[in-house]
Design a protein around this ligand. Structure first.
Ligand SMILES: [Fe+2]
Length: 135
């Protein structure tokens, strides 16, 4: 995976979630671009921080919807979110503290997680929300 981009097969069919996923993927691509084009550490750190912030915002959107509609898989889905946030924070910390970790490797790891999460947990949630009349 050289980069990451939105494709229709990622659709959950819940408009707000899909829009936020598009934005998340846009920030991911921006991070990849910043790494590849050799931007300064401060630029990469800013994009990375932005990714962490937006990820948190987006997860709150999904978690509120899950709670509101009493989604039975809330805990398992939230655990996956929490693990991801912890991973992003760890990688960001490592990066900022200048420990030796190839940035592209971080990007690939995180991007892969995101796609897997959307294809599994989020599509399942989307189907459930559609059944509750949320489009
Ligand atoms: Fe999710």
């Amino acid at each position: 995976m050289s980069s990451i981009r939105w494709v229709d097969k990622l659709k959950t069919n819940v408009q707000r979630i899909d829009e936020e996923h598009k934005e998340l993927i846009r920030i991911f691509a921006e991070l990849n671009e910043a790494i590849l084009s050799g931007h300064s550490r401060s630029v990469i750190t800013d994009v990375f921080q932005g990714l962490l912030n937006y990820t948190r915002t987006h997860f709150v959107t999904e978690e509120k919807l899950m709670l509101h509609y009493r989604y039975s898989d809330f805990s398992i889905h939230k655990e996956d979110h929490d693990r991801f946030v912890a991973e992003v924070m760890n990688h960001l910390k490592d990066y900022m503290e200048n420990r030796v970790i190839p940035s592209q490797k971080i990007f690939h790891f995180l991007a892969h997680w995101l796609i897997e999460h959307i294809m599994g947990h989020d599509k399942k949630l989307g189907k459930f929300l559609n059944e509750q009349g949320v489009l």
